[in-house]
Write a protein that binds this ligand. Structure first.
Ligand code: ADP
Ligand code: ADP
Length: 228
């Protein structure tokens, strides 16, 4: 469902972040992206949700070639992809409920559907009782669970997570992994860039290691493979 073939990415400053990457990821997989800082992990992730365009090669997601997609079609692609960030990116003035509903309101869902779906995803992340809170009234782990709820509210086929536990303590990180696993159990593909050796070695999944812009390793139930 995600097919990258010979993908290159050179930024405007001349830095080549990806240098010929080919990989297939099937629907329902849970994949960690690991590797040293500056290796190209974020670039890899950004290409998938079309935050950046490839300089060469093809990226096909659900039969759409991102190398050729017109700008006005990007929002359609994004409906199939939920994104979770290290720093949560919740809107501070909105309640939890509104932060999640916002993702649906922009695609013109009916109020009744919005309400039903927001409450459903709050149930999935175990925070139905926090609907009226604002983000600053929640712990970091709770904020990240809300951002996961927001990412899945459109029932995307893919959830991308760029260092989702980077700002969280170890116990809270485990909670986030369990939440992502439950999202994955319902058939959603998860692609997660991480520096957490503990998580990768504890919750065994496919591991794709990127080093110097190429895939250095691709293993089912792999290890983190670096010292922290
Ligand atoms: P990682 O996520 O593994 O740390 P990145 O994909 O962020 O790696 O970066 C890969 C390389 O591309 C690095 O050399 C980085 O400095 C460079 N890079 C990343 N984003 C940009 C950008 N927007 N403009 C120029 N260079 C960038
Ligand atoms: P339950 O399904 O458990 O009865 P409710 O649907 O009554 O839960 O709502 C749970 C929480 O979500 C409550 O705190 C409620 O105030 C809040 N909530 C529901 N709808 C909205 C809304 N449109 N805007 C803000 N908060 C809402």
């Amino acid at each position: 469902m995600i097919a990258m073939k010979d993908v290159y990415k050179t930024y405007a400053n001349g830095v080549t972040a990806l240098n010929g990457v080919s990989v297939d990821i099937q629907q329902g997989e849970f994949v960690y992206i690991v590797g040293p800082s500056g290796a190209g992990k974020s670039t890899f992730i950004k290409l998938i949700y079309r935050e950046e365009k490839p300089s060469g090669g093809s990226i096909i997601i659900n039969d759409i070639n991102l190398a050729e997609i017109k700008e006005k079609k990007v929002p359609y692609l994004r409906r199939d992809i939920g994104v979770v960030f290290q720093d949560f990116k919740l809107l501070p003035k909105l309640t939890v409920y509104e932060n999640i509903a916002f993702a649906l309101e922009v695609i013109e869902e009916s109020p009744r559907n919005i309400r039903k779906r927001v409450m459903e995803v709050l149930e999935v992340v175990g925070l139905k009782n926090k609907a009226r809170f604002t983000p600053n009234e929640l712990s970091g782990g709770e904020q990240q669970r809300i951002s996961i709820a927001r990412a899945i509210v459109n029932h995307p086929k893919i959830v991308i997570a760029d260092e989702p536990t980077g700002n969280l303590d170890p116990d809270t990180s485990l909670d986030i992994l369990r939440t992502l696993e439950s999202v994955n159990d319902s058939g959603t593909t998860i692609i997660m860039a991480t520096h957490s050796k503990e998580i990768v070695n504890r919750f065994k999944k496919r591991v794709i290691a990127i080093e110097d812009g190429i895939i250095a390793r691709d293993e089912q139930r792999g290890e983190y493979g670096y010292e922290v």
